[in-house]
Design a protein around this ligand. Structure first.
Ligand code: AMP
Length: 128
């Protein structure tokens, strides 16, 4: 069992408390989706659980089933609502969830990046 300590002063915790603004895209009981402040694609949305989870494996271990179901379904709904779901004729998208130092995670609150609206390119840029 892993142990995580959650920093409640991180920027996404402050967005969830309404202390700093965000451009909201979709909100449900357990999940918030908002535009990334420095978009890397025409659609660049961050999807976060409202609970205090640091990264994906923390969420998978510690979140309740309703939170996990809500998060997963909200991500799927977002793809449909943005018109990027391939099954609905959309051109597709990429999901990214960075974790820890090797994952180059900047904000220690779980977030999935949804990138779409152009070809996103190779999966990973290899460093020499
Ligand atoms: P990561 O490197 O996966 O932790 O990504 C953090 C992301 O959060 C980056 O893409 C930032 O542009 C984004 N970000 C940081 N602060 C804000 C903010 N106040 N509102 C929206 N996005 C933000």
């Amino acid at each position: 069992m892993s142990s995580y300590s959650y920093d409640d002063q991180n920027v996404f915790a402050r967005i969830l408390r309404g202390e700093i603004p965000c451009k909201r895209v979709l909100e449900t009981e357990h999940t918030l989706a908002f535009s990334d402040i420095a978009p890397k694609a025409p659609h660049h949305v961050l999807v976060i659980p409202k609970g205090p989870y640091v990264c994906y494996d923390h969420f998978a271990q510690a979140a309740s089933e309703p939170e996990i179901v809500d998060f997963t379904r909200t991500l799927g709904r977002l793809c449909t609502e943005l018109g990027v779901a391939p099954g609905d004729g959309g051109a597709g998208y990429r999901l990214i969830a960075n974790a820890g130092s090797d994952g180059v995670q900047e904000v220690p609150h779980l977030h999935v990046h949804l990138l779409a609206g152009r070809n996103i390119g190779p999966m990973v840029m290899m460093r020499p």
